[in-house]
Write a protein that binds this ligand. Structure first.
Ligand SMILES: [Cu+2]
Length: 115
């Protein structure tokens, strides 16, 4: 019984390793693995800079009692106004460095680096 359980666990572990090796060999990562989260807290984007791979996403969540809005420096993306607890998720398809700020409080700035 115990031996069977051990074998079962070992097979599952091997399957996980095989899947990881596959993703690595394919030069890919599972879509959700490296997505970045940015918290809007006390009138700041935290962390101010996040780095992701092309095709991954950044999710901003407003923890302040004040609305905020994420706006790209070059206006290429714009969130809706985010009230307390609301999220904005954006997939970045192309490599580049994307500066952004809060349209309501322009001193709030952040950067998304996409490899
Ligand atoms: Cu703001």
């Amino acid at each position: 019984m115990l031996i069977n359980l051990n074998l079962d666990l070992r097979l599952k572990y091997t399957a996980v390793l095989a899947a990881a090796a596959f993703w690595t060999a394919a030069g890919m990562t599972p879509a959700l693995a490296a997505d970045a989260d940015v918290v809007i807290d006390n009138f700041a984007f935290v962390p101010a800079t996040v780095t992701i791979a092309a095709g991954e996403a950044v999710t901003w969540t407003n923890h302040d009692d004040t609305p905020h809005q994420v706006l790209a420096s070059d206006k290429s993306f714009r969130s809706p106004g985010l009230d307390t607890g609301e999220h904005y998720r954006l997939v970045f398809a192309k490599p580049g460095t994307y500066g952004y700020y809060c349209s309501l409080h322009p001193y709030m700035v952040g950067t998304v680096i996409v490899h």
